[in-house]
Ligand binder design. Sequence first.
Ligand code: NAP
Length: 303
Amino acid sequence: MKTGIIGIGLIGASLAHDLMAAGGHEVHVHDSNADHLAIARDLNIGHVWHDDLPGMAAACDLVFVCVPVRAIGMVVWAAAKHMKPGAILTDVGSVKGPVIEAARGAGLPSHISFVPGHPAAGLEYSGPASGIPGLFAGKAWVLTPDARTDAAAVQTVHDLIACVTGARMLTLDAATHDRIFAYTSHMAHVLAFAAMNATPQVSRNAGENILPYAGTSYRDLTRVANADAIMWRDIFLTNAKAIDESLDLYLAEIKKLRAMIDAKDEAGLMAYIASSTALRADMDKTVGGPGPSVPTPPPGAAS
Ligand code: NAP
């Protein structure tokens, strides 16, 4: 099978590694960043490297679109018109409703199918050298088809991803996906970016640079502050409404906690923390373990 990847960054390269390890795929790669395409070629990520999108799209039976969220709609449309009848496009964008709208709004040809998806797996790195084999194993990979999505294409994408990556395949409608991930992923980045940006003021107040004193908990909280700016700008701008709703919930909880601290409400604080501990234990049981505490060096990084 000729399988394409457009955007050979963290997600695209990780997927390419898995496709190559699985066998049975001739992996075609395109990236608009010539340096990234050259790195992918140098590192043997993929089998065929294309400078041009139309040539790559025409060659493939199924293509994964792994570019930043606001570029997906246009890339899907640009690839679709060159693909063979019956070919399938799927994406990995972290926001689904606006991506589906953008792809369809651009006018998808009827001879191809588009199956929207999102792997709930990632790291705070970008670019082809950060690709990690096995990144998706055991993680959720959410497909968000609707009444207009071809059912046979959904099944093909579902089976291929499950078989190649070992991801746990889930299905949601796009709006529910965007609300859930605003809370479980996007909000964590809002907090990490805000926490880091507050540190210069805290240092000024303390009369001392506070960074050398950063403890494990602060490093845990801010691990993802190192993430790619284009990717997160796009996610914040395309999922703004759901992120706003999540922010309201967070702020309400922080106000509650602050009120208990100010009122020296010992019993209230004990109950609040116990409830959080139980919920965190439930989450660990569901998704397996506490997750990385410190940045994970990407493959190839000096140790
Ligand atoms: P990344 O490492 O920055 O890789 C994206 C690649 O696509 C880059 O090489 C980029 O080049 C290239 N690109 C940008 N626009 C393009 C276009 N129009 N045509 C072809 N190539 C293009 O990003 P990533 O972390 O892999 O994220 C890719 C997608 O996966 C995003 O939609 C993101 O929401 C989703 N996702 C990410 C994670 C995560 O944790 N990273 C997790 C789940 C899903 P430039 O660098 O020059 O722009």
